[in-house]
Design a protein. Structure first.
Length: 66
């Protein structure tokens, strides 16, 4: 849940607007959002791969599934 929340927070419109206003880039929210989509996708893919390695590589899964 924390990984998904962090990824969602990276592309949340209100956060992009707040960050743009803070650094003086008003009206450039679309460009900022487009630049954050690729790092967000990379973050989600890499954390998904890490999760799969932990679950299947180290056989770290729920005991009730066996």
């Amino acid at each position: 849940q924390a990984v998904g929340a962090a990824a969602g927070n990276m592309i949340a419109i209100h956060n992009v607007v707040a960050a743009s206003a803070t650094v003086g880039l008003l009206g450039r929210e679309g460009a900022t959002l487009r630049k954050t989509v690729i790092p967000t996708f990379y973050y989600l893919v890499m954390t998904g791969i890490i999760g799969l390695v932990i679950i299947y590589g180290f056989e770290f899964s729920d005991v009730l599934m066996k």
